[in-house]
Design a protein around this ligand. Structure first.
Ligand code: B12
Ligand code: SF4
Length: 495
């Protein structure tokens, strides 16, 4: 069959700092291709709808799959499905990905017949059975499927994440993927899943708290096949298992692979496994994202982060000592007043790290979706991008955005201060010399994108598709939240 896979456009606020390859979609493409299908990918983060329309009419796909890792992309994906069905009513249209797995039935109903199926859970095993069923019948029985007929059997999980290899050759415009000065940048996955259970996060509920590791040989071979000089390691928490981090490092050393790396981890993991991170700095680890979330114990408890403020500050010291540039994330509570924003600004100015702010947002699939007692002030999917307030703010909404953007601007200015500007110019010169302009554009875009009036106005747009309302759920039994809910033994997971 001919399968066209589409990734929706970049969300407004991620377009400045980063734009990364759609690794999940490339893996789904790899699985479909290994099963003998002809596959193409259009990534709207780096292409435009005209290119998609051209591809659709020249390739004439039998099936079209859209990736929905982000709730905010749902209206756009429904629009793509409508256009596809209008142009080719026999084309089988399906959605899959992280976020849509939690609201599959609602999205199917909202698409009013333009979407034939939604795949819940991992896409690699599902796409193969689904395409076979589209040809031979029995779509309703594919594991993880949701159709007008209801839910099929529960989603199946990959036994090992070593295969399929992502079909990176199918993503055009690869030079447009970057993160900060790592320009251009590819992505790779070493592990899948997270064993923690933070209340605001759906990474652990999606995978049912399972945790799988790529074999060091497969990770090394995949890294060797990557052309880009920079790599983003997409794991939710990198190097939880020190022996795994060491084994991949040894493989890269053996193969003499040296690139620049960006990864995300937790403070307690960095403190516990300092030697692994140190070894990786020798391999080129340059940037690290630490989800600190709050600067006080009360906030950390609220998010069930299971670390203390002291751990967080000690982790920052370790990263500084290792010479790793750190970006930290803090969650802004819509209840914050001007004084609280001031405290955060003071904190951000006092530390050398980049401070990133995200707004507390209850998402379907998270525990706070069911437990947050504040009512939602909007159900517009597009505002669920953790940069908008979707529960009541203590400050008037326009003042809240003014404070938020003022805080982000102060932080941004700090990073473009004299010392950093000199560094940025050096990087910029190097990148421009190689024809890479993503980082240069990022430096000038901040004021256009981060704009309190624009953020406030986003709430006044007409809403066509609304998020379902949270249903009360007794989350005493957390398994009710899982997408992949089979016991680990049965699922054949590595841990
Ligand atoms: C890496 C990552 C990113 C990267 C790369 C994104 C990209 N271009 O793909 C970056 C750093 C850019 C990023 C940014 C953001 N992210 Co992010 N990100 C992740 C992370 C940690 C891993 C994703 C990943 O690559 N996994 C590895 C691949 C192999 O898995 P996958 O993409 O999930 O794909 C599998 C399935 O989902 C499915 N699948 C995927 N697509 C399709 C398509 C079809 C047709 C089918 C059948 C199946 C299928 O099959 C794949 C293989 O099993 C996830 C957390 C997580 N564990 O999933 C958060 C996560 C997806 N991100 C999240 C958020 C909030 C964001 C931001 C909005 C944050 C912000 N404001 O800055 C931005 C917005 C990005 C944008 N669209 O512009 C949330 C999503 C919340 C939500 N419900 O919408 C998540 C779940 C994190 C969290 N726990 O809160 N992110
Ligand atoms: S926030 Fe990080 S540590 Fe917490 S559950 Fe999500 S991925 Fe795991």
């Amino acid at each position: 069959m001919r399968l066209l896979l589409v990734h929706p456009s970049a969300l407004m606020y991620s377009e400045i700092f980063l734009r990364l390859e759609p690794l999940g979609l490339e893996r789904v493409a790899g699985a479909a291709r290994d099963a003998g299908h002809e596959v193409r990918i259009v990534d709207l983060q780096v292409s435009n709808v005209r290119e998609l329309a051209r591809e659709f009419s020249s390739f004439r796909p039998d099936a079209l799959g859209v990736s929905l890792n982000y709730l905010a992309n749902i209206p756009e994906a429904i629009g793509i499905a409508h256009s596809a069905k209008r142009a080719s009513p026999n084309c089988f249209v399906f959605f899959g990905g992280h976020s849509v797995s939690f609201v599959a039935e609602d999205v199917l109903a909202q698409a009013e017949g333009s979407v034939d199926a939604v795949v819940r859970g991992e896409g690699e095993p599902a796409v193969v059975s689904l395409l076979a069923a589209v040809q031979d019948g029995g779509v309703e029985k594919v594991p993880g499927i949701v159709t007008q007929a209801g839910r099929g059997p529960g989603p199946s999980m990959l036994h090992s994440i070593d295969t399929p290899v992502p079909a990176r050759d199918l993503t055009r415009h690869r030079r447009r993927y970057f993160i900060g000065e790592l320009d251009p940048c590819a992505s790779i996955e070493f592990t899948r899943g997270c064993p923690w259970d933070c209340s605001f996060c759906s990474a652990w509920t999606f995978y049912g708290r399972s945790y799988r590791k790529a074999s060091p040989e497969a990770a090394g071979a995949e890294m060797a096949s990557i052309q880009e000089p920079n790599v983003f390691i997409v794991d939710d928490v990198a190097f939880i298992r020190p022996e795994h981090g060491h084994a991949i490092a040894a493989e890269l050393e053996r193969r003499r692979i040296r690139k620049h790396y960006y990864l995300e981890t937790r403070s307690d993991v960095l403190l516990r496994n300092e030697e692994v991170f140190q070894r990786w700095t020798r391999l080129g680890l340059k940037y690290m994202f630490l989800g600190m979330e709050a600067i006080d114990a009360e906030g950390l408890d609220l998010y069930r982060k299971r670390v203390s403020p002291d751990d967080n500050f000690r982790a920052l010291e370790v990263a500084r000592r290792l010479g790793i540039n750190v970006a930290i994330n803090l969650i802004v509570d819509p209840a914050w007043d001007e004084e609280r924003f001031r405290v955060i600004r003071d904190f951000a100015l006092a530390v050398p790290e980049i401070v990133h702010l995200t707004v507390m947002t209850p998402y379907p699939g998270t525990e706070i979706w069911h437990t947050e007692s504040r009512r939602l002030t909007t159900r517009d999917y597009r505002l669920f991008d953790i940069q908008h307030a979707v529960v009541p703010t203590t400050l008037p909404l326009d003042v809240f955005y003014r404070e938020l953007v003022k805080t982000q601007a102060v932080i941004n200015r700090k990073h473009l201060g004299l010392r950093t500007a000199a560094g940025a110019l050096r990087v910029l010169g190097g990148n421009l010399a190689r024809g890479q302009t993503n980082f240069a554009r990022m430096l000038w875009k901040f004021n256009r994108v981060y704009n309190p009036a624009r953020q406030f106005a986003d709430h006044q747009r007409q809403v066509r598709y609304q998020l379902p309302l949270p249903q009360h759920l007794d989350v005493g039994d957390r398994r009710k939240l899982y997408v992949h809910s089979r016991p680990l033994r049965e699922a054949g997971t590595a841990e």
